[in-house]
Design a protein around this ligand. Structure first.
Ligand code: 4AD
Ligand code: MG
Length: 436
């Protein structure tokens, strides 16, 4: 094929701007079906999917033969006329003038029929070429961009927390241990402790990165490697921390509705519940939440942490995310500030997403008193020596401060309405899943 120099090379997403013209496209064959002397090819190029029609009488014989033998996922370059067609997906189709095979593909393992989850997970590197999976990846990118914009536009400074750390942030049972030239090191469970140092330097900061938990839980909500955005704010106390969270969550949901409606449609999300996500979010104390759970006939003792059924029981009472605050100090991490009026509960809050998606944010106000922090370290059997630098933050100009962590994958599962977090991250790491 010799494409004339004046035929513009375009992406599928640009086709509306070229209606009625001849264009050149490059991509992969997502699907092909034959109808006698016509080949219908669904071409994909990452920006979209379009039907290409190759008619035997319109192209040289050898071109038609190539078109009629294309395997799923062969790479091609073609020229053709862009036609508006109301019946075509996307409203356009391309009537081919020429077509060239760039790279063949035979016996592609993922056919367009249904496959089992384990098979798809083993082929994740190929599975994410499909319309649903590419839509999810675009939603993820949009969510991350919206989160960054939210903080960048409000004076927060991005400060990266390290991944290799000498100490635990979220309890010692889920630590991933590795060898650091003879000393133990752990993959970060949370960037929080380093953000506390950063907030004392810069006022308002956040980190955005992968975090790791060796959790033996095999649920729809647990990943071993997941991404968190973690802001930390000096001089911010409990209530203001919640206001920032509800503002942030509302902002990112509305941004995705504005910019990624086609992708939400591709994944079949009912957008009506998302449109209601605006501040203020309801607030429920842990005590009230326990009462509510019990009133619905579920088991729960004061002092227990919430399981998935209990979370769902609480969240299903509301049409937007709900804060559950002031958990028993004993079930939360060592750094949580006890409520001065009631030290058996702490100034923590979890944000539970509606529709049964569970906790998407954990956060709270941090202990700023050095003696109390030392006592809490001891109670949690954490060696003071490893936290010397963290104690320094309470030694030199300690001020009230708060922050939180939002899990990207659980948040995306909720926003996109997905059954399981395994689809929300390009290459999920789960219990018994490290491949590919
Ligand atoms: O509630 P978590 O454990 O809180 C922290 O790590 C704090 N240090 C954050 C902070 O205050 N800076 O985790 C925060 C969020 C959860 O609400 C959830 O969205 C997500 O991280 N998360 C997980 N997501 C997927 N798989 C897992 N195993 C997760 N564990 C936590
Ligand atoms: Mg939590």
């Amino acid at each position: 094929m010799t494409a004339s120099a004046d035929v513009p090379l375009v992406h599928i997403s640009d086709l509306p701007a070229h209606a009625g013209r001849i264009v050149r496209l490059r991509g992969w064959v997502y699907n092909r079906r034959s109808s006698g002397k016509i080949e219908f090819i669904i071409l994909r190029d990452g920006t979209g999917f379009v039907q290409v029609v190759v008619v035997a009488s319109d192209v040289p014989d050898d071109v038609f033969r190539v078109a009629a033998s294309l395997g799923q996922e062969s790479a091609v370059v073609l020229t053709g006329e862009v036609r508006t067609d109301r019946r075509a997906p996307g409203g356009y189709e391309v009537s081919a003038r020429s077509l060239e095979l760039l790279a063949p593909s035979e016996d592609y393992p993922i056919s367009l029929k249904e496959h089992g989850v384990e098979f798809l997970m083993d082929n994740r590197h190929l599975w994410f070429r499909t319309p649903r999976q590419t839509a999810i990846l675009k939603l993820r990118a949009e969510l991350i961009r919206a989160l960054r914009d939210f903080f960048d536009d409000r004076g927060f400074v991005l400060v990266d927390s390290p991944i290799l750390t000498p100490a635990a942030c979220e309890g010692t049972t889920t630590l991933f241990k590795t060898d650091y030239f003879g000393d133990p090191a752990y993959l970060s469970q949370s960037g929080q402790l380093y953000q506390e140092a950063a907030a004392m330097a810069l006022g308002r900061t956040y980190c955005f990165g992968p975090t790791f938990r060796a959790e033996k839980s095999k649920t729809r909500r647990h990943l071993i490697e997941f991404w968190m955005v973690e802001p930390e704010m000096a001089f911010v106390e409990f209530e203001e921390n919640l206001r920032i969270q509800e503002e942030m969550v509302s902002f990112v949901v509305q941004r995705i509705l504005e910019r990624r409606l086609p992708e939400l449609e591709t994944v079949g999300r009912d957008t009506a519940p998302l449109r209601k996500v605006r501040p203020p979010f309801p607030r429920l104390s842990y005590d009230e939440a326990v009462e509510l759970v019990r009133s619905k006939g579920l088991d729960m003792e004061w002092g227990d942490d919430f399981g998935a059924p209990q979370e769902t029981a609480v969240a299903s009472e509301f049409d937007r995310p709900v804060f559950v605050h002031r958990y028993p100090t004993a079930v939360k991490a060592f750094y949580m500030k006890p409520d001065p009026d009631r030290p058996e509960v702490c100034l923590s809050a979890d944000l539970l997403a509606p529709e049964g998606y569970g906790e998407i944010i954990g956060g709270g106000q941090r202990i700023d008193d050095i003696e109390l922090l030392k006592r809490r370290l001891a109670e949690h059997c954490l060696p003071e020596e490893t936290y010397r630098w963290y104690l320094d933050l309470r030694r030199y100009g300690s001020v009230p401060h708060s922050g939180f962590g939002l899990g990207v994958e659980r948040t995306l599962a909720w926003i996109a309405g997905l059954e399981h977090v395994r689809e929300t991250i390009p290459f999920p790491r789960m219990l018994h899943r490290l491949y590919p």
